[in-house]
Ligand binder design. Sequence first.
Ligand SMILES: *Cc1c(COP(=O)(O)O)cnc(C)c1O
Length: 368
Amino acid sequence: MLPDLSITPATHSRLADVDFDDLGFGNVFSDHMFSMQYRDGRWQQPAVLPYGPVAVDPANATLHYGQAVFEGLKAFMGGDGTVRIFRPDMNYKRLCDSCERLCIPEPDAEHFYGAMEALIQLDHAWIPRRRGQALYIRPLIFSDESHLEVRPSQAFRFLVMTAPVRAYFDESAAAIELKVEEQYTRSAPGGTGAAKTSGNYAASLYPGELGRREGFAQVLWLDGREHRYVEEVGAMNIFFRIDGRVVTPSLVGTILPGVTRASVIQLMADAGDPVEERRIEIEEVVTAIREGRMQECFGAGTAAIIAPVGGIAYRGEHLSINDGQAGDVTRRLYDELTGIQLGEIADRHRWNRLVKIDAGESARRAAR
Ligand SMILES: *Cc1c(COP(=O)(O)O)cnc(C)c1O
C-alpha cells in the first residue's frame, strides 16, 4: 500500500444490492474510490474515500473546456483466487502521453498502481466471479480549478473508480454491424485522436447516434483528411483478415493506441502469423468483402476485448462478413486473451500485475 495513503472506509457496503447476474457497463460502482489533488505545483496526499459525488464549482474549467483524460483497464479474479490486472503499465504510459497532450501534470506510477491495488484490497468482494465479467478500473484526471480564461489549469484531481462489469462477448452474442462514416470524423491530423480525452468522445456522440438510429451498433471511422483510410470502430481498434492475412491500420497519430490492439499483434506474432500494420483504404475493405476475400473482421478494446464484426454498410450497400458469424481467428484471440487474463494460460510476456488479497487486512477492516 502507499505509505501516505489515508483511508476513510465506507460505513455501509452497497454490495448486497448488486445483481451480479445482470451487470451493465459502468452503472454500479464499488464502495470506495481513490482521490488525489494537485495543488501548488505538486500532487498532494492520496486518499481512499467512500465512492460518491465530488463537488465542483460551476466555473470548473473541465466543465467548460474539457481538460480531462482517462483510462480504462480490467482486473480479473482467477479460479486460483489471485487478482490479475491486465497490462496496467501500458495504461500508465498512455495516461502520461494523454496528460502531456492535454497540459495535465502526470501522476507518479507509484500512485497509479497504488490506487488500484488499494481499491482491489478494500473492495475485492466486488470483483465478479463469472466468466467474462471483470472489475473495470477507470482512472480519471480533470481540471479542478475555477476560471473561464482559456488556459491550462493549475489544480487537478485524480480519481480512480472501479465497477463490476458484464461480459460483452460470449458464444451467443451476435456480431456487430458497422456503418462506414463518410461525413463526420473522430480525429484529425495534429488533433487529440491519440489521447484518451473526453472531448474525443463528445465529438463522436452525434455520428454514433445517427448510426444507431439506422440500426448500426458502431461507426467505422475513416481518416479526417480524405475519408479514404480506415481508422477505428467506435471506441475500439479494428482488424481484418483478408486473403488469410490479418491487417490493422498503422498508428499514424490519429488512432488511439489500444492495449488490446498491441496484445493482439503480439499474440499473432507469437503464433507465427504476424499482423500487417499499414494504411488500409475503405475501397480495399469493400472490394475484399464483395470478392469473398474477407474472412473475418473484429474490433479490439478493453470493454469488449474482442468484438466480432458481422457486416459493414457502405453507401447504402450492406456487405456481410463470414455470414455474420465470429471467425476462427476472432474466437482464438478472444479465448487466448481471456485465458491469460484469468490465469488459465501461461502469461508468457508477464502482462498481468498480480494482486494478492490480504484476507486478514479485510477482516480487520470489516470488524471495525
Ligand atoms: C480506449 C480506446 C480504444 C481501445 O483501447 P484499449 O486500451 O484496448 O482499451 C480504442 N479506441 C479509442 C478511441 C479508445 O478510446
